[in-house]
Design a protein around this ligand. Structure first.
Ligand code: CAA
Length: 240
């Protein structure tokens, strides 16, 4: 019987690839999404994966969302914190709202989701948590103080929670993707993106399924000794 896996932001981009890869590997997948009903319905129709709409930046919404998932599929054993947004801009033009929204959605969501599954994982002495960080949380990025701070926070969060979970069979790891061919990256102005890709040794954007492979590796039952690590998947753009 497949383990139950939740993927936040799991109906589009990197998250969709992760949801699909987990399903193909035999997991029972719940794909969370925040607002795009059309994309979520299409994703559900195409993949047969259950979708759950709730706001990961809000603690209570996560509590209700996890409850709904557990009622339908069973106890959550695998959590992939993937949901993320950008509100790029240099700090001298960034509004407090664009700062806070990115921190709450990209980093606060990790607390909101983990807090609501961790007690069950501890009771069952098994859990796999993967947090999706970013090359820009490792290296920084012009125009992204909000995003880089949130993603950098994810890497610290991962290492702290890994220590707490270790004795209870719960592993906590991060993946730091580079520039992956998704809507988020396509929103970067073409002339800017061109310069970024020119600095990627592999010479191209990554594909979402190349991140999903890393998730499958980290959540496997056999991965019990891998915890607190960060897997960089970035075409050699930043070696850290
Ligand atoms: N380093 C130094 N200077 C830079 C720079 C950089 N990386 N990028 C731009 N500048 C300079 C420009 O040369 C320009 O200088 P001049 O005025 O002297 O010519 C100045 O900054 C203004 O640049 P823009 O015209 O780009 O300014 P803007 O206000 O129109 O836009 C921006 C600023 C929104 C930050 C835009 O540059 C941008 O979108 N950058 C890309 C940010 C980015 O990489 N986001 C990643 C999104 S995808 C993602 O986040 C996924 C992931 O995890 C990897």
């Amino acid at each position: 019987m497949g383990r139950v896996a939740v993927v936040t932001g799991g109906t589009r981009g990197i998250g969709a690839a992760i949801s699909i890869a987990l399903k193909e590997a035999g997991y029972k997948v719940a794909a969370n999404y925040g607002g795009n009903d059309e994309a979520a319905n299409q994703f559900k129709a195409e993949t047969g994966i259950s979708v759950f709409k709730f706001d990961v930046s809000d603690f209570q919404s996560c509590a209700s969302g996890i409850e709904a998932i557990e009622t339908e599929l069973g106890p959550v054993e695998v959590l992939v914190n993937n949901a993320g947004i950008t509100r790029d801009g240099t700090i001298h033009r960034m509004s407090p709202e664009d700062w806070q929204k990115v921190i709450d959605t990209n980093l606060g969501s990790c607390f909101n989701m983990c807090r609501n599954v961790i007690e069950g994982m501890r009771e069952r002495s098994f859990g796999r948590i993967v947090n999706i960080g970013s090359i820009n949380g490792q290296a920084g990025q012009y125009g992204q103080v909000n995003y880089a701070a949130a993603k950098s926070g994810i890497h610290g969060f991962t290492k702290a929670l890994a220590q707490e979970g270790a004795a209870k069979g719960i592993t906590v790891n991060a993946i730091a993707p580079g520039y992956i061919d998704t809507d988020m990256v396509r929103a970067v102005p073409a002339n800017v993106l061109e310069k970024i890709v020119a600095k990627v040794p592999v010479g191209r954007l990554g594909r979402a399924d190349e991140i999903a492979r890393g998730v499958l590796f980290l959540v496997a039952d056999e991965g019990g000794f891998i915890t607190g690590s960060t897997l960089s998947i970035n075409g050699g753009q930043h070696m850290y």
